[in-house]
Ligand binder design. Structure first.
Ligand code: NAD
Ligand code: TYD
Length: 343
């Protein structure tokens, strides 16, 4: 099987490539990545010599480049991880989110139709459902929950989902969609909550918690997500959406406290800062469908996954220190420099 993995130099895409090359001897992967600020070619160095792997630097919005790649490589399956992914950046500059996340997805699907690709899988997010109240733990997102987005990021991801379902109905393109909860694990860019707090804590810098830190996310270890996507492309039904989540809801503040504890840092580093605009309160996935249809269940408990993740960041300081010493510094200043400290 030949798979195009877009966005494979980013967090989840790279973990997916490692997972697949490790699991299957007969799986060929072509990674297509534009190498934006979030893509890092050094992440893929463990597989760069693997004969079943090829890297191509290209933009999924570039129709000509995509058509020529599809023509020469003839993939059986396309898995679209490529996206602009950070909510705070989407609030600051939505344009690139609309371009990559919506138009880029459409270009890939057009290429799939033109070259007869047998499956297009869209990697989506639970954020397309909007949020749930904090005081209703009985409510969970199912695949039937209406789309109701809060940020330009989630709006762009929901648009791509709708477009994928429209291509299924109108052109018969064999699509599938997965909507996963928040991932954590190795190689996550240090703009996201968990790696940002680990990096700041290790550097004894303030840990900026938005608002009161009461917002809840449903955390899943990245390898569990990769296993779910593999199952869906092999055994999942076309035209269907599958929610992926681990029944592991945690408040942001509890995660930050846990990171302090694991790293032996004092909680005085925690700083409450002004809240994110439109900040979603709670995400929580009901994974019944993927469990009953495909037998998927998360395998990594949060207490083990967070330890493995912290250990990885401790052992791979070079990877993230290179990132945070570059253009990330001006990003950090812009995003956090003006945030009001509440307490
Ligand atoms: P990431 O930001 O770490 O990586 C994104 C990758 O896409 C980068 O390598 C970047 O260079 C590449 N890219 C961006 N624009 C591109 C373009 N125009 N053409 C080609 N490549 C481009 O993201 P991630 O956290 O690995 O997320 C991967 C996918 O999973 C995204 O679609 C995201 O919406 C979805 N998702 C993420 C999470 C999460 O918690 N991180 C949860 C659910 C779903
Ligand atoms: P994030 O990792 O950006 O993922 P998402 O917003 O897509 O869920 O943020 C996770 C949660 O952590 C979210 O509620 C916002 C909060 N957060 C902070 O409190 N401080 C921070 O510096 C960051 C990046 C996030």
């Amino acid at each position: 099987m030949k798979i195009f993995v877009t966005g494979g130099a980013g967090f989840i895409g790279s973990n997916f490539i490692f997972y697949m090359l490790d699991k299957y001897d007969d799986c060929k992967i072509v990674c297509i990545d534009k190498l934006t600020y979030a893509g890092n070619l050094s992440t893929l160095s463990p597989v760069s010599e693997n004969e079943n792997f090829r890297f191509v630097r290209a933009d999924i919005c570039d129709r000509e480049a995509m058509y020529s790649l599809f023509e020469s490589e003839k993939p059986d399956v396309v898995i679209n991880f490529a996206a602009e992914t950070h909510v705070d950046r989407s609030i600051d500059s939505p344009d690139i989110f609309l371009k990559t996340n919506i138009l880029g997805t459409a270009v890939l699907m057009d290429a799939c139709i033109k070259y007869g690709t047998k499956r297009f899988h869209q990697v989506s997010t639970d954020e397309v459902y909007g949020d749930l109240p904090l005081d209703r733990p009985d409510l969970l997102f199912t695949e039937k929950t209406p789309l109701c987005t809060s940020s330009p990021y989630s709006g762009s991801k929901a648009s791509a989902d709708l477009l994928a379902l429209a291509y299924f109905r109108t052109y018969g393109l064999p699509v599938s969609i997965s909507r996963c909860s928040n991932n954590y694990g190795p190689y996550q860019f240090p703009e996201k909550l968990i790696p940002l707090m680990i990096a700041n804590a290790l550097n004894d810098k303030p840990l900026p918690v938005y608002g009161e830190g009461k917002n809840v996310r449903d955390w899943l270890y990245v390898e569990d997500h990769c296993r779910a996507v593999d199952l869906i492309i092999r055994k999942g039904r076309v035209g269907e959406v599958y929610n992926i989540g681990g029944h592991n809801e945690m408040k942001n503040i509890d995660i930050v406290r846990l990171i302090c504890k694991e790293l032996g840092k004092g909680e005085e580093l925690i700083t409450f800062v002004s809240d994110r605009k439109g900040h979603d309160l709670r995400y929580a996935i009901d994974p019944t469908k993927i469990h009953t249809e495909l037998g998927w269940l998360p395998e990594t408990m949060f207490k083990d996954g967070i330890r493995k993740t912290i250990k990885w960041y401790l052992e791979n300081k070079n990877w993230w220190e290179t990132i945070i010493s570059g253009e990330y510094r001006s990003y950090y200043e812009k995003m956090y420099g003006d945030r009001e400290v509440i307490k």
